[in-house]
Design a protein around this ligand. Structure first.
Ligand code: ITT
Length: 200
């Protein structure tokens, strides 16, 4: 069984490979560097699910192989759920993790501790060459700190304190982040379903 991991985000690649290997070690996971190069389209969906599915379908179309993709982001209560699907380019430049994080910290400077709730959301999708597809969700709730802590993970991890934890997502071990993360939850739902349809 071979699947293409349709993400260009290095942080996600590491986590998704790890989560796939943990659940389905017999699946060969190809990265975008291992397949026919294609230009990913702009992420125009209004929801995480729409974007995740679009990325998976695009990879199937380009490679002819089953594909897995994720669309994810930070939803901040005091920002009415934003940056949401715009998380990767919140400060204006796609993938500038540091600038994105600093912008959110600045926007929340006067927001008191009791209103600093946030969540990480992940929609994970698979799509197959025969047209079948599925999308699932995972979410982890937490609060946003006032300064970054930790060097692990990526994106907004250094300012996110998951509910019930004393460590930020960037201070957790990879194993502990996977155990609670939005992406861990979503891929633990998705991978068994993908394996079932690939086997059938
Ligand atoms: P692909 O579309 O190629 O997968 P991307 O980075 O553009 O990569 P998204 O549009 O899904 O992916 O944006 C995800 C952004 O949300 C990411 O850049 C981070 O800023 C944030 N994010 C998602 N999951 C995260 C996590 O586990 N930890 C920290 N930040 C995360």
């Amino acid at each position: 069984m071979r699947v293409v991991l349709a993400t260009a985000n290095a942080g996600k690649v590491v986590e998704m490979r790890r989560l796939l290997a943990a659940q389905a070690p017999y699946v060969e996971v190809l990265g975008l560097a291992d397949v026919q190069a294609y230009e990913p389209g702009p992420e125009t969906g209004a929801t995480f699910a729409a974007n995740a599915l679009a990325k998976a379908l695009e990879a199937v179309e380009a490679t002819g192989l089953p594909a897995v993709a994720d669309d994810s982001g930070l939803t901040v209560d005091a920002l009415n759920g934003m940056p949401g699907v715009l998380s990767a380019r919140w400060a204006g430049r796609h993938g500038d993790d540091r600038a994105n994080l600093e912008l959110v910290l600045g926007q929340l400077a006067d927001v008191p501790d009791e209103r600093r709730g946030a969540g990480f959301v992940c929609a994970a999708a698979y799509a197959l060459p025969d047209g079948r597809s599925e999308v699932v969700h995972g979410e982890v709730r937490g609060t946003l700190l006032r300064a970054p802590r930790g060097t692990g993970g990526f994106g907004y991890d250094p300012i996110f304190l998951p509910e019930g934890m004393a460590l930020t997502s960037a201070e957790l071990s990879p194993h502990d982040k996977d155990r609670i993360s939005h992406r861990g939850q979503a891929l633990r739902l998705l991978v068994p379903r993908l394996v079932d349809v690939l086997r059938a």
